[in-house]
Design a protein around this ligand. Structure first.
Ligand code: ADP
Length: 152
């Protein structure tokens, strides 16, 4: 059975933090599906199309990576993609508290799905999409926080 993981998130925008998690997890799986969750109640600053395109620009030639969007429960999307693993990054204790509860709930919703965490390297643990958006809104340069393939 091939090992398929989904990496769910808003990726608004995709940062070097996300990229690090993907790159470090890739050797563990046969396929990694970077999955942009669509939350209709939370309008996003960047459109789903541009977020998908940016991630495609980064991983265009990687046969182990798929880029998809989904609505609804992450565990349901896992089933659709035949994925038994959910990948998440952990930056700090705040992430841990939040992620622990989601992982427990997902395990109850579908016991076949395991959540795998990768701890962020300290030098990028302060990077978040929301801070990047604030810099962009205020006309700052974000190039050092996002993959070099993305022009923002
Ligand atoms: P969500 O809105 O679901 O938290 P994000 O796009 O903000 O989606 O994050 C997706 C995943 O990437 C989460 O697991 C998050 O902890 C992780 N992540 C975000 N920023 C970083 C970072 N700087 N280093 C490592 N992981 C990160």
């Amino acid at each position: 059975m091939s090992k398929i993981a989904i990496f769910p998130g808003s990726f608004s925008p995709f940062t070097i933090g996300h990229q690090t998690i993907v790159d470090r997890a890739l050797p563990l799986f046969d396929k990694l599906v970077i999955s942009i969750g669509i939350n209709t109640e939370k309008p996003q600053y960047f459109s789903i199309e541009e977020r998908m395109q940016w991630i495609k620009d980064v991983y265009n030639n990687n046969p182990k990576i798929d880029i998809k969007q989904y609505k609804g429960l992450t565990v349901d999307f896992c089933k659709k993609e035949n994925a038994n693993y959910i990948l998440r990054g952990l930056r700090d204790s705040h992430d841990f508290k939040f992620e622990k509860n989601i992982a427990h709930i997902n395990k109850e919703l579908n016991p076949n799905i395991e959540t795998i965490f990768i701890i962020t390297p300290p030098e990028i643990s302060h990077i978040s999409s929301s801070i990047i958006r604030d810099i962009i809104k205020n006309g700052g340069d974000v190039s050092k926080f996002i993959p070099k393939e993305i022009n923002l």
